[in-house]
Design a protein. Structure first.
Length: 186
């Protein structure tokens, strides 16, 4: 996915140091290359050709720009592989709480200790893990391995626990924490 850190990665600042006549190919992600910078570099002769499979209105019809449809994931093999991968990762999330390749959640996985675990996700709450641990301590629930990751303003936590199950009151307390989107015991 396009991230704030990669948006307009190729821009006027980067192109001003390029040799004249370079060719820029972008088949990775729309938004990585700043359209206005491409137009300026084409006019200046810094870029001789820009080829992309992420067409934009700003570059349509511009001399030196070849925009083609984005077909990267449209082969039969790619679609089947994506479907299998998505199904496997969904099952891993449902069964273990692990997150891989999510667009809007951090990658976060923890090996199972063979017992139950808690997962929780929250927006705008960097103290999520600390708060959950305080609640579990108050309720006498022992914890094992744990992990907490953030992506943007979303925090996600997985905690292996020693109890056979967590009571409803404890889960309600966790659900009531600031910004909690989801919390459940697996």
């Amino acid at each position: 996915p396009l991230l704030q850190a990669t948006k307009n990665l190729i821009n006027v600042e980067h192109l001003k140091n390029a040799n004249a006549g370079i060719r820029v190919l972008n088949f990775a992600r729309g938004g990585l290359v700043e359209d206005a910078a491409v137009k300026q570099a084409l006019d200046a002769g810094t870029i001789s050709y820009y080829i992309t499979d992420f067409p934009s209105a700003e570059l349509l019809g511009v001399k030196g720009v070849l925009s083609i449809p984005h077909l990267g994931a449209s082969t039969a093999e790619a679609e089947e592989n994506c479907a299998v991968m998505a199904a496997n990762q969904l099952m891993d999330f449902l069964n273990n709480g692990n997150i891989k390749n999510s667009v809007n959640f951090p990658a976060c996985s923890l090996d199972s200790a063979g017992g139950p675990r808690l997962i929780a996700a929250a927006k705008n709450n960097p103290e999520l893990l600390k708060q959950i641990l305080a609640i579990l301590s108050d309720e006498g629930v022992a914890t094992g391995d744990m992990i907490s990751k953030e992506r943007g303003d979303t925090a996600y936590t997985i905690i292996n626990i020693s109890a056979s199950e967590v009571n409803k009151k404890t889960m309600e307390r966790i659900s009531d924490l600031k910004g909690v989107l989801i919390s459940r015991e697996l």
